[in-house]
Design a protein around this ligand. Structure first.
Ligand code: GLC
Length: 529
C-alpha cells in the first residue's frame, strides 16, 4: 500500500511556503495511522524546478528547498521507525539543463565526447534553422531546442521529450548507464527501500532518429525501444537485490496497453508498474471489469491499482464530469463535486478490494478535488507555457494539503510562514485533516477503516497463501460484484438501487444503504454468507 507524496505540496516544515522533508517527517504519524506501508516521494534532488523537480541538476544531493542530506537520512530513519518503506523517484530519461554534464556538453562544442551523453544534432534547412526531426515534446511544441555555441553562433539542437530544460540522456552511451548504477547505489547505501522510475519506457531512442511521420502506421515509436530496456532494468534489479531487506522497484509506464507491461515483469526486472488503464478508465462497469480482468490476466498478483497521481486530474473531479475518463483538457466541462465525492468513496472500496498493490495519491484520502481556477500568473507547470496556454497542466492536483481547518494556509506550514505556493480553495476548510479526523462520515474515516480492514483480511488470507483470486458474481447490468477471500465487494455504477447478494454482514459501505438496497454510485464490502 503505497502513498505518493508530492513533496512540494505535502507539508512545509520551514515556513517558506513549499513542502519539504522536515514537514513530511513531522507528519509521518498521520501516514502510519492511515495504514499505508510505503511512501513514494517525488524527486527531492537539486533542481531549478522547471518541472517541479523532474529536472535534476544533481542526483546525489537534496534541493535546499526540501532540506539536506541529513534531513533525508532523518526522514528515512523516522519512516522506518514507523514501519514505512521509502521509495524515491529516479529520473533517468533526462536531467536539467543546469546539470554539470549538460553544461559541459554545451561548452565543449559539436563533435565532443561531452555531447554524446545527450542527443545533439545539426538542424535541417539551409542554415540549420529547422529541428533535426519532427518529434513532439510531450509538454507541447517540438522536442528540439537550438543552442548558441560557445563562440556565439547559432548551433546544434538537443532533444528533450519533455520541457526544454530537460535534455534527454543518450542511453547508448556507457557513461550514462554507469552513472545511474552509481546513483542507485548512492541512495541504496543511504537506506532507501526502492525506486520509482520516471518515464521508465522511453530511455532508449532509435539512434537514426527517424521522423515519426515516416513510420508505418502502428509502428513502435522511436523512443519506445522496450527490448533495449531489459538489460538496463535487469542490472538495476540485480543491484537492488544485492542489498538486504525487501526492496521495491516500480516503473512508470505511461498509458501502455497491458501486454506491453509484461516484458518488465518477467521476474528479474521491475516488481511492478503503474496501471494507467485503471486510472484512465471511465466510471463505467463494463470498462472497469475489462481493465480488472486484463490486468489480472497479464500480471496476476503483482497487479497495481491507482486512481490518481500528480500528473492527472484528481479522480473525484473526473468522476463528477459528464466524461469521466478525461485526464485533463481545456474543455473537460464542469464537475459535480457531490457526485464525484460519492463515486470517489465507492471507487476506493472497489480499488482496495482488488488483489495486488495499491497507490494512493496524497489528499485523495481527504476528498480533495482538482483546483481548476488557479490564477494564470501562479501556474508553474511548464505545460501551460509550452502549449501557448491551451492546457493549464497539472498544478490543480498539486495544491498544498489542508492539515488544520483553523490555521493560516490550513496548517500547510508554520502559522507565521509564507503562504502555500499555490492558493487553496476556501472550501477546503471542511476537508482539513484535523476536521475530518473527528468525523466518522468523512473521506478520511472511510480510508482509515477500509485500509485497516483490508490489512486484516490480507493477514487472514496469509493462512491460505496464493489465494489471490477474484471471482465475479452474477450481478445486474452496471454493477460490479466479486468475491475475494473473506469478502464480497459490490459496486453499483448503474442509475438504480440494487439488491445485495446473500451475505452475513455489511463490513463497510461507502454511503448509506436505502432500505437494504445499494444506491447508485455506492459500494459495499460484505462478509460472505
Ligand atoms: C513523468 C512524471 C511527470 C514529469 C515527467 C517528466 O511523467 O510523472 O511529473 O513531468 O515524467 O519527468
Amino acid at each position: 500500500m503505497v502513498y505518493q507524496v508530492y513533496l512540494r505540496s505535502f507539508a512545509d516544515g520551514n515556513g517558506d511556503g513549499v513542502g519539504d522533508l522536515a514537514g513530511l517527517t513531522a507528519r509521518l504519524p498521520y501516514l502510519s495511522d492511515l495504514g499505508v506501508t510505503a511512501l513514494w516521494l517525488t524527486p527531492w534532488y537539486v533542481s531549478p524546478m522547471a518541472d517541479g523537480g523532474y529536472d535534476v541538476a544533481d542526483y546525489r544531493d537534496i534541493d535546499p528547498v526540501f532540506g539536506t542530506l541529513a534531513d533525508a537520512a532523518d526522514l528515512v530513519a523516522a519512516a522506518h521507525a514507523h514501519h514505512l518503506k521509502v521509495i524515491i523517484d529516479i529520473v533517468p530519461n533526462h536531467c536539467s539543463d543546469q546539470h554539470p554534464w549538460f553544461r559541459a556538453a554545451v561548452a565543449a562544442g559539436p563533435g565532443s565526447a561531452e555531447r554524446t551523453k545527450f542527443w545533439f544534432r545539426p538542424g535541417r534547412g539551409e542554415s540549420g534553422e529547422l529541428p533535426p526531426n519532427d518529434w513532439p515534446s510531450k509538454f507541447g511544441g517540438s522536442a528540439w531546442t537550438r543552442i548558441t555555441e560557445p563562440d556565439g553562433s547559432p548551433g546544434e539542437w538537443y532533444l528533450h521529450l519533455f520541457a526544454a530544460e530537460q535534455p534527454d540522456f543518450n542511453w547508448d552511451n556507457p557513461a550514462v548507464r554507469a552513472e545511474f548504477v552509481d546513483i542507485l547505489r548512492f541512495w541504496l547505501d543511504r537506506g532507501v527501500d526502492g525506486f520509482r522510475i520516471d518515464v521508465a519506457d522511453t530511455l532508449v531512442k532509435d539512434s537514426a532518429l527517424p521522423d515519426v511521420a515516416s513510420l508505418a502506421p502502428g509502428a513502435r515509436l522511436p523512443w519506445e525501444d522496450q527490448d533495449a530496456l531489459h538489460g538496463i532494468y535487469r542490472s538495476w534489479r540485480a543491484l537492488i537485490d544485492s542489498y538486504p531487506g525487501d526492496r521495491v522497484f516500480v516503473g512508470e509506464l505511461w498509458m501502455k496497453p497491458l501486454p506491453a507491461m509484461r516484458p518488465y515483469l518477467l521476474g528479474d526486472q521491475l516488481h511492478t508498474a503503474f496501471n494507467f488503464d485503471f486510472l484512465g478508465a471511465p466510471w463505467e462497469a463494463g470498462r472497469l471489469r475489462e481493465v480488472i480482468d486484463g490486468t489480472l490476466d497479464a500480471i496476476g498478483a503483482a497487479a497495481p491499482w491507482v486512481l490518481s497521481n500528480h500528473d492527472v486530474t484528481r479522480h473525484l473531479t473526473r468522476y463528477g464530469r459528464a466524461s469521466t475518463s478525461t485526464r485533463w483538457q481545456p474543455d473537460a466541462g464542469p464537475a459535480d463535486l457531490a457526485l464525484g465525492t460519492r463515486r470517489a468513496r465507492a471507487a476506493i472500496l472497489l480499488m482496495l478490494a482488488l488483489p495486488g498493490g495499491c497507490y494512493l495519491y496524497q489528499g485523495e484520502e481527504l476528498g480533495l478535488w482538482e483546483v481548476e481556477d488557479i490564477p494564470a500568473e501562479l501556474i508553474a507547470d511548464p505545460i501551460f507555457e509550452r502549449t501557448g496556454h491551451a492546457l493549464r497542466g497539472r498544478d490543480g492536483c498539486r495544491v498544498p494539503l489542508p492539515w488544520q481547518a483553523d490555521a493560516p494556509g490550513f496548517g500547510f506550514g508554520p502559522a507565521d510562514g509564507t503562504p502555500p505556493w499555490l492558493p487553496q480553495p476556501r472550501e477546503w476548510r471542511q476537508l482539513a485533516a484535523d476536521h475530518e479526523a473527528g468525523d466518522d462520515t468523512s473521506m478520511l474515516a472511510l480510508y482509515r477503516t477500509a485500509l485497516r480492514l483490508r490489512a486484516a483480511l490480507a493477514a487472514a488470507d496469509d493462512a491460505s497463501p496464493g489465494d489471490n483470486r477474484l471471482d465475479w458474481l452474477d450481478s445486474p447490468a452496471g454493477v460490479l460484484a466479486f468475491a475475494r477471500p473473506g469478502l464480497q465487494a459490490v459496486v453499483n455504477l448503474s442509475a438504480e438501487p440494487v439488491a445485495l447478494p446473500q451475505h452475513a454482514e455489511v463490513l463497510l459501505a461507502s454511503g448509506p444503504l436505502d432500505a437494504g438496497l445499494l444506491p447508485p454510485d455506492t459500494a459495499v464490502w460484505l462478509s460472505r454468507g
